[in-house]
Write a protein that binds this ligand. Structure first.
Ligand code: SAM
Length: 317
């Protein structure tokens, strides 16, 4: 079904033009895009006959569904998508142990999961769609993933070519495009995004405006410890990440949410980060959490800032 069908309130003309522009951009004969498009084309005829999205591992198909040559091609295509940041997945029996054990984040959210049945949902910065697949057992009407990075965009499209889930769609859009979706979403997930925004308040205002009246935001962010409502603004990098702007305390994020118009703002989970949850694997062989933290004093990042925690809020429009 046409994406715009789910968004009668959206600025249809501008949205259609933007989607056409993005599609033309992705359709270019650039090496960097063909690197993803050709693998997708080589496997997109393969459809899994069974999927299971209810467990920690997102399972798409089983190993005995494919002939040996198709099995090998799928394996090569999935290996070609390293580094895998979010997971785990099992795809036609190929076990993808991603850098992040994303099931831990999802399992922290599920006790507070808003009603998804029949709802229109957004996942901002959805990466390869791990959480979108996990939403499916909760029967959303439609989930739109916003993911501007081509690598992650294609990872989702390859996974969903196999999984064939019509209720899920990812577009190469960013949080900055939310303004085209006024009052459109019943539920928005914004996980791991805010500290990457140079203006987190503008991001929260855009999230608020994109929610339908009474809609629910689940927001998760990196955070520093402390009870004061303050945010760290790193000189250059934070835990080696260059694109980090403001890292708030939980109290600071609470105030940001309240002052951007959210109500019933509630912190429901806070925890320290660890290399149990984010680590180097066979499917992500670059540096990971343990390389970002001071080895002699794990309470601090490599730059000498307080080590990251994660905080989770639920808030209503
Ligand atoms: C730290 S990851 C978080 C991924 C996932 N939401 C999670 O919590 O595990 C940030 C994600 O946001 C995506 N991203 C980058 N720029 C973005 C933007 N302008 N709007 C939305 N997402 C963006 C990245 O490509 C990446 O997938």
């Amino acid at each position: 079904m046409d994406l715009l069908h789910y968004f009668p309130q959206a600025d249809q003309k501008r949205l259609r033009a933007l989607l056409a522009e993005k599609s033309a951009w992705l359709g270019q004969e650039k090496k960097g895009f063909l690197r993803y498009r050709e693998p997708l084309q080589s496997v997109q005829h393969l459809r899994a006959s069974s999927c299971d999205f209810s467990g920690d591992v997102v399972r798409i198909g089983t190993s005995n569904e494919l002939q040996a040559d198709d099995q090998e091609r799928v394996h090569q295509v999935l290996r070609g998508l390293t580094p895998w940041r979010k997971g785990p997945f099992s795809v036609f029996g190929v076990e993808i142990d991603a850098e992040w054990r994303s099931q831990r984040k999802w399992n922290r959210i599920t006790p507070e999961l808003p009603e998804l049945a029949g709802k229109v949902v957004a996942d901002i910065g959805c990466n390869n769609g791990y959480y979108m697949f996990r939403m499916l057992p909760h029967q959303p009407d439609f989930v739109l993933g916003f993911e501007p990075y081509v690598h992650h965009y294609y990872a989702f499209h390859i996974l969903n070519a196999f999984a064939g889930q019509q209720r899920l769609q990812v577009e190469p859009l960013g949080i900055e495009h939310l303004e085209l979706f006024p009052g459109c979403f019943d539920v928005i997930f914004c996980l791991g995004i805010l500290y990457h925004r140079p203006s987190p308040l503008d991001a929260l205002r855009d999230l608020h405006a994109a929610l339908a009246p009474g809609g629910c935001l689940i927001v998760e962010s990196q955070a520093i410890p402390g009870s004061e409502p303050v945010a760290l603004f790193p000189e250059q990098t934070y835990a080696k990440a260059p694109g980090t702007w403001f890292v708030p305390t939980a109290a600071c994020l609470q105030n940001w949410l309240t002052r951007t118009g959210f109500r019933e703002v509630r912190l429901f989970c806070e925890h320290a980060m660890s290399s149990e949850e984010q680590r180097r694997t066979d499917w992500m062989d670059f540096e990971s959490y343990q390389d970002f933290i001071d080895k002699d004093n794990p309470a601090f990042t490599i730059e000498g800032y307080p080590a990251p925690r994660r905080v989770f809020f639920k808030a209503k429009k």
